[in-house]
Design a protein around this ligand. Structure first.
Ligand SMILES: Nc1ncnc2c1ncn2[C@@H]1O[C@H](COP(=O)(O)OP(=O)(O)OP(=O)(O)O)[C@@H](O)[C@H]1O
Ligand SMILES: [Mg+2]
Length: 487
């Protein structure tokens, strides 16, 4: 039955622009109604109903114009065949006129209602088809699943991203797409969405049919039926592989550019003391009375080159695999290393550690980072002061990731506001002969390599305003980190 209806609909749809066919169809409907009325004794007393049915049919399938035409023809037929005097168009009584007018009004009203319903259906049908085409040809993988997690639909982009055809994917559990360590993530999402909750878009990883991983941006939401009941979930997965590759390439080229700049700067920085050494050696050779003095100066210059080399090596960094490390224990080691200096400068140290701060990373590099901050703090407190160090678990200030927060605070001279922006630049130093200006630059590189962040807050104008001066460095190192592969 539905096939016949669909065929009829198709036929009518194909001929819908042929007005003649539509009006002929309306006349045909009236003719069929009249034939039924004439041929069937059972329907003999129901011409009114038969003609109304013809009007409704015309309105439903042929359009409002043919329906009006059908209403008028039906009214005329009713007058001709069913209103006395029969077989003329004359109307005998005012009651008959009222009946005919009522038929015309009802059929016109029914025609317009039926037509509106058809139009609404056509619109809904078109919207559904358009939406289906958008989903099918979207460049993002779009798929849906039942509340129990069984996949129910799968578009072309999903086929390309995951490697399963629609036939293979439909019926599979959606958890099949998650790598083993992310199965609980899928369960969490499903539980949340089935309970009416919301999941914000996030970056994650899924597994292709061949077992390879793909980074994606995942948006999941619940699907509801007309009554608002949750009937499943939908997922939109954007493939981030290309983006990640270009990000990596960009990071690599940035690193190369930085390394190039660094090499040029180092060559320049080393050249000055080397020139001085050459001159001093020349002088020592030709002026033996001051040779010891010249050699001492040359020694100082060579020491400067050695410091530069040491900091630069810090940039090259630890190439071994990252391991588990306890930042609090490393902080203690560094404090121990500089204890002589701290006591000598009368610097009071306050430590506040919270246990359970272990993270993955390069302990040698963290040691260097903390040592750089410590030496800077000591340098800033020439007349003694207080150094506060804190290590605690916490979240990143900007994106809420879990990890470890390290704070190194001193009440030393502070950094003037206009210099704050430069302190992380290579070779920026206010310590003329003793500093290379690489300490904070290297430190920031180490933090970035560990996927963390470093911030500084400082006040230097305290003496003028009477307020305390000092500097605080805040470091965040994430718990789960993807350590930059490009060292
Ligand atoms: N805790 C601090 N208090 C005051 N100024 C600081 C502090 N930390 C850094 N600075 C300023 O930032 C500058 C850059 O520091 P950075 O550690 O990069 O180089 P440096 O200490 O001068 O030399 P080195 O490479 O030997 O460490 C310092 O010269 C200093 O002016
Ligand atoms: Mg320094």
């Amino acid at each position: 039955m539905s096939e016949i209806r669909a065929n009829l609909k198709n036929w009518i749809a194909r001929n819908r622009y042929s007005a003649l066919a539509q009006y002929l169809g309306a006349a045909l409907a009236v003719w069929v109604a009249l034939s039924c009325w004439t041929l069937s004794a059972a329907l003999h007393r129901h011409l009114f109903v038969l003609l109304l049915a013809a009007v409704l049919f015309t309105a439903r399938f042929l359009g409002f114009g043919p329906a009006v035409f059908c209403s008028l023809v039906s009214t005329a037929c009713l007058d001709f065949f069913a209103v006395p005097p029969y077989f003329t168009f004359r109307i005998g009584t005012s009651a008959d006129l009222e009946r005919l007018t009522a038929f015309l009004a009802i059929s016109m009203f029914a025609a317009s209602m039926a037509r509106q319903k058809t139009l609404a259906e056509l619109r809904a049908d078109r919207t559904t088809r358009e939406m289906a085409a958008i989903v099918e040809y979207s460049s993002d993988a779009i798929y849906s699943s039942r509340p129990d997690g069984t996949i129910t639909s799968w578009n072309r982009a999903a086929e390309q991203l995951y490697g399963y055809t629609a036939e293979e994917a439909v019926g599979l559990p959606v958890a099949r797409l998650a790598p083993p360590e992310r199965l609980d993530e899928v369960e969490r999402n499903h539980a949340l969405l089935n309970g009416g909750g919301h999941v914000a878009s996030y970056q994650t990883e899924r597994m292709r049919k061949d077992g390879t991983r793909c980074p994606i941006l995942l948006t999941v939401s619940s699907l509801r039926n007309a009554r608002g009941k949750i009937v499943g979930t939908s997922a939109i997965a954007r493939d981030l592989s290309a983006e990640k590759q270009s990000e990596d390439a960009m990071r690599r080229s940035e690193k190369l550019a930085t390394a190039g700049r660094l090499a040029a700067s180092i060559a320049h920085e080393i050249n000055n003391p080397l020139e001085a050494v050459v001159n001093l050696l020349y002088l020592a050779r030709h002026d033996s009375s001051h040779a010891a003095e010249y050699l001492a100066q040359a020694e100082q210059e060579v020491g400067r080159v050695a410091r530069l080399a040491q900091q630069t090596l810090g940039f090259v960094r630890d190439a071994s695999a990252p391991g588990s490390m306890d930042p609090a224990a490393i902080m203690d080691e560094v404090l121990q290393l500089y204890s002589g200096k701290l006591v000598g400068r009368q610097i009071r140290v306050t430590r506040r550690y919270r246990s359970g701060c272990e993270i993955a990373g390069y302990s040698g590099e963290l040691r260097q980072l903390l040592a750089n901050l410590m030496v800077n703090a000591v340098d800033a407190m020439a007349d003694g002061g207080s150094l506060q160090v804190r290590v605690a678990t916490g979240r990143d200030w900007s994106n809420g990731r879990e990890g470890v927060r390290i704070t190194v605070a001193d009440n030393g001279s502070g950094i003037p506001r206009d210099e704050l922006r430069q302190i992380f630049e290579p070779f920026y130093t206010t310590k003329k002969d003793s500093g290379t200006g690489l300490g904070l630059w290297v430190s920031r590189g180490i933090v970035q390599k560990h996927g963390g962040s470093i911030r500084v807050r400082s006040r230097a104008d305290g003496r003028a305003t009477g307020r305390a001066t000092g500097t605080v460095f805040f470091i965040f190192l994430p718990q789960q980190q993807e350590i930059s592969r490009v060292a």
